[in-house]
Design a protein around this ligand. Structure first.
Ligand SMILES: Cc1ncc(C[n+]2csc(CCOP(=O)(O)OP(=O)(O)O)c2C)c(N)n1
Length: 289
């Protein structure tokens, strides 16, 4: 399938020149085309931010909601129509800051969705405040003395919560990123793909060069079924490993667990509401005279 199938025409892209979102946009289109996922069978869900604009630049189904609230919408869309491929797209602020609570509990629910996070270690849209993944010492117009909060470690948290697929990529390596995104989409269950992404305008510390110097790929011998080993790798501090850290296969998904599809396979969105049941429920809320 050609990636052009996802191209929007006559639309201005509002990212700065040199933004790491450009290679992620291209890589995601390539991954989807190689998996032969039709635009009609795909939904991109996002919150607010520069990264969260990515669905605007795709010809497909899009739900662009509130800041930090992509995951509950993505979970519901997948539950209403399990035949869809559902991908959440966010920045590190949107996902780990404003959306932090949803991040934790979506991992626990394990919907069959892919959660791609463009991690540029800064709030880009609002022009350069520190985000939860900003490194200690990072100076901004708000954090004038440098960040002193411990950075949030999304991979370690996801592994601790037994997320069913946990990976990290670097936007500067399109080939590996594409392969990891493909595996994440094909994986049944919640898949986190955190992508290191340089922000050309507001993060002069974590540049392409910096990421190249401070990352390395997990060895082929890395056993991604070993939770303790994955956690150890996720908490390394000198250099950040890239690759697939942890896979917990055969974990029941949210759609399987909620019971709606156990006896009736018809997608929820096609079913007629049971108005009789609804009315009797409303009756129970009425005050007695
Ligand atoms: C509830 C709420 N709080 C704060 C904001 C302001 N705001 C919009 S985007 C953003 C941060 C975006 O940063 P990130 O998610 O890292 O994405 P980036 O722009 O860097 O891609 C903030 C704080 C908002 N729109 N809504």
């Amino acid at each position: 399938m050609d990636t052009q199938i996802f191209d929007m025409h006559n639309i201005d892209i509002a990212w700065c020149p040199g933004c790491g979102n450009f290679p992620i946009l291209k890589t995601l289109k390539q991954a989807l085309a190689e998996l032969e996922i039709e635009p009609a069978n795909l939904v991109l869900v996002s919150g607010i931010g520069q990264a969260a604009k990515i669905p605007h630049y795709f010809k497909t189904n899009v739900f662009n909601g509130l800041h930090g609230r992509a995951l509950p919408a993505a979970t519901a869309i997948k539950a209403a129509n399990p035949a869809l491929t559902v991908i959440s797209e966010s920045g590190d602020g949107d996902m780990y800051g404003e959306g932090g609570n949803h991040f934790l509990h979506t991992i626990r629910r394990n919907p069959d969705i892919t959660n791609i996070v463009h991690n540029n270690m800064v709030y880009g849209l609002t022009k350069g405040q520190a985000s939860p993944t900003s490194q200690i010492g990072f100076k901004t117009p708000v954090q004038v003395g440098g960040v002193f909060l411990e950075p949030f470690n999304p991979l370690a948290v996801a592994i601790a919560l037994d997320a069913s697929f946990v990976a990290r990529c670097f936007a500067g390596d399109a080939e590996q990123t594409k392969e990891i995104i493909k595996k994440a989409i094909k994986h049944k269950g919640y898949a986190l793909v955190d992508i290191f992404q340089p922000c050309a305008s507001f993060n002069k510390l974590n540049t392409y060069e910096w990421f190249k110097k401070h990352t390395y790929y997990l060895e082929d011998s890395h056993d991604h079924s070993n939770k303790n080993e994955a956690f150890k790798k996720a908490t390394e501090e000198e250099k950040f490993p890239l690759g697939i850290f942890y896979i917990k296969p055969d974990k029941k998904t949210f759609e399987e667990n909620i019971g709606i599809y156990q006896e009736n396979q018809q997608p929820l969105y096609e079913r007629k509401p049971n108005t009789g049941k609804l009315h009797s429920l409303i009756e129970t809320f009425k005050f007695a005279d």
